[in-house]
Design a protein around this ligand. Structure first.
Ligand SMILES: [Mg+2]
Length: 314
C-alpha cells in the first residue's frame, strides 16, 4: 500500500474522477437493464455510445474540475471570478455535455451577472425538484486537494464555488461534505474505518435535513435502502459515497456506479474521486488510465494542488 501516501491519494482523487466520468459517458441516460442487455457489464473504456465519443473521453465533470484546478494553480488562490471566467470560456468552446443549471448560470455570467449571484438567479427561477442538480459536486474535488490542511477554507471555497452555478443549500453543503470527506481520506483518517471521514464531515458543517438524512446511514456503514443514479445532488452523493466507501477496491466502486446507468458519468465521477482518494492512484486500472488523454495533466495538477500552500479563503 505504498501508494496510499497523501500525495498518491490526491492523484487518485483527480484520476479517479476522470476514470468514472469516462467509463460512464457511453452509458449515460441508459437504464441498468439496457446496459446489462447490451454490454453484460461495463468494465472497459468504450467508444461511441451516448455522445458518440472515442473510448476514454472525459465529459463536463472532469473538464470543469480542470477549470477549477487550473485557476487554483495559475492564480495561487481561490479566485471565484477567475473560476467563473474559465467556466464561460469552456462553455463557449462548445462542450458536448453540459447540465441545464450550469448552462443557465453561465448565460447569466455572459450577461454580466456576478459569480456570487449567477447561480442564485437560476435557483430562484426553478421549482423544487429541478433546482438541486449534481453539477457542482461533480467538479469540486480540486479544492479538497488544495485546502486539505485548512478545512474552514475548504468549506468556504466549496460552498462559494458551488454557488457560481448551483446555489441551493443542498448543493453548497454537498460540496462541503464531499470535500471534507475527501480531505479526511487523503490524510488517512479513513484507514481504520472508511466511513469515519464522512461522519467527521457531517459533524463539522451545516447540512440541510434531507441531505443529512440521506448521508447519515452511509456514515454509519449502513447500505441505503434504494440507491439511485439521478441528477439530484442528494441521490448522487448518497450513491457515490456508499459505493466508494463500502467497496473493496476503487475499480469495483467505479464499475458498480457506472453500471447503474442514469447519470452514469457523474455518479461514476464522484464515486471515482472518493474511491481514488481512499485507495490511491496506483489502485486505478492502468488499462483505464491509458485511454485518458488528460492523464498527465491530472497527475501534475494533483501534485501542484496538494503541495502548494494556498492562502486562507475569507
Ligand atoms: Mg458529464
Amino acid at each position: 500500500m505504498t501508494n496510499r501516501t497523501p500525495l498518491g491519494r490526491a492523484r487518485g482523487a483527480l484520476l479517479g474522477l476522470a476514470c468514472g466520468d469516462a467509463l460512464g459517458r457511453p452509458v449515460e441516460f441508459r437504464t441498468a437493464d439496457d446496459i446489462e442487455r447490451e454490454h453484460g457489464r461495463v468494465t472497459e473504456m468504450l467508444g461511441n455510445g451516448t455522445w458518440h465519443q472515442p473510448a476514454g473521453t472525459i465529459t463536463d465533470d472532469t473538464e470543469m474540475a480542470l477549470c477549477i484546478a487550473r485557476s487554483l494553480a495559475e492564480r495561487g488562490s481561490f479566485a471565484p471570478t477567475d473560476v467563473a471566467d474559465r467556466f464561460v470560456a469552456w462553455y463557449e468552446s462548445g462542450p458536448f455535455d453540459v447540465g441545464n443549471m450550469t448552462a443557465d448560470a453561465i448565460r447569466n455570467l455572459q450577461d454580466g451577472v456576478a459569480p456570487d449571484e449567477a447561480g442564485e438567479m437560476v435557483w430562484h427561477a426553478r421549482p423544487e425538484g429541478k433546482n438541486a442538480g449534481n453539477g457542482s459536486v461533480m467538479r469540486c474535488v480540486p479544492y479538497a486537494l488544495a485546502f486539505h490542511d485548512d478545512l474552514d477554507s475548504l468549506d468556504r471555497a466549496s460552498r462559494r464555488s458551488s454557488a457560481i452555478t448551483h446555489a441551493d443549500p443542498r448543493c453548497r453543503a454537498g460540496c462541503a461534505v464531499l470535500n471534507r470527506t475527501v480531505a479526511g481520506l487523503l490524510t488517512g483518517d479513513g484507514d481504520e474505518d472508511p466511513y469515519a471521514p464522512l461522519r467527521g464531515a457531517l459533524d463539522a458543517t451545516d447540512v440541510p435535513d434531507d441531505l443529512r438524512a440521506a448521508l447519515e446511514p452511509v456514515a454509519r456503514g449502513e447500505r441505503p435502502g434504494h440507491l439511485r443514479s439521478t441528477g439530484y445532488v442528494v441521490d448522487t452523493l448518497q450513491t457515490a459515497l456508499w459505493l466508494a466507501l463500502s467497496a473493496e477496491s476503487a475499480e469495483v466502486a467505479i464499475v458498480d456506479a457506472v453500471n447503474m446507468g442514469g447519470d452514469a458519468d457523474t455518479v461514476g465521477a464522484v464515486t471515482g474521486a472518493v474511491a481514488g482518494a481512499r485507495f490511491g492512484a496506483e489502485a486505478l486500472p492502468e488499462r483505464w488510465l491509458a485511454e485518458i488523454d488528460e492523464r498527465e495533466e491530472l497527475w501534475e495538477s494533483a501534485t501542484t494542488l496538494y503541495e502548494t500552500a494556498f492562502p486562507a479563503v475569507a
